[in-house]
Design a protein around this ligand. Structure first.
Ligand code: DUT
Ligand code: MG
Length: 148
C-alpha cells in the first residue's frame, strides 16, 4: 500500500523511516528533539517524531510499538502501552516515552525510539441480539481451559 507522508522535521529528509530488512514489519520512528532529554525513572514525555501520515482508508490503522531492545534493556516503553493511529489522523505522530525502569535514560536527538506498524482493520456493524448462538466456550475465559 502507499500512504501520504509529511516530513515535518528537515533532519528526517536523509533518515526517513524505512523497512530495515525485506521481512521487517515495523518502520522505526525517531525522536525529533532539539537536545538530549533525560527521562528519570517513572517519567513519561511526549516525543515528536517529525512525521505525519494520512492512511485515509478506514481499512487500515497504524500501531506505535516499543522497540524490544530499548524496552527490555533500558525500560523505555510507551506511556499508553500501544499507540493507535486512526486512518483519518493527520497530525504529527507522537510517541509517549515512558521510563518504566530504575535508571535515568538519556534520549538522544534523532535516535530510533519506537516503531510503526500498519495493520488492516475491520469496522464492525452491530447486529443486536437477545441471545448468542451457543459456542463451545460460552462465557468461559480467564484461564477456564486450565494451564497445561
Ligand atoms: O501514541 C500515539 C497515540 C495516538 N496518537 C494520535 C493518533 C491518533 O489517531 C490520535 C488519537 O489517539 P487515541 O484515539 O488513542 O487517543 P484519545 O485519547 O482517544 O484522543 P482522541 O479523543 O483525539 O481520539 O492521537 C499519536 O500520535 N501517538
Ligand atoms: Mg480516541
Amino acid at each position: 500500500m502507499k500512504m501520504d507522508v509529511k516530513i515535518l522535521d528537515a533532519r528526517l529528509r536523509d533518515q526517513l523511516p524505512h523497512y530495515a530488512t525485506t521481512g521487517s514489519a515495523g518502520l522505526d520512528l525517531r525522536a525529533c528533539i532539539d537536545g538530549p532529554i533525560i527521562l528519570a525513572p517513572g517519567e513519561t514525555r511526549l516525543i515528536p517524531t517529525g512525521l505525519a501520515i494520512h492512511l485515509a482508508d478506514p481499512g487500515y490503522a497504524a500501531l506505535i510499538l516499543p522497540r524490544s531492545g530499548l524496552g527490555h534493556k533500558h525500560g523505555i516503553v510507551l506511556g499508553n502501552l500501544v499507540g493507535l493511529i486512526d486512518s483519518d489522523y493527520q497530525g504529527q505522530l507522537m510517541v509517549s516515552a515512558w521510563n518504566r525502569g530504575q535508571q535515568a535514560f538519556e534520549l538522544t536527538p534523532m535516535e530510533r525510539l519506537a516503531q510503526l506498524v500498519i495493520v488492516p482493520v475491520v469496522q464492525a456493524e452491530f447486529n443486536i441480539v437477545d441471545d448468542f448462538e451457543a459456542s463451545r466456550r460460552g462465557e468461559g475465559g480467564f484461564g477456564s481451559t486450565g494451564r497445561q
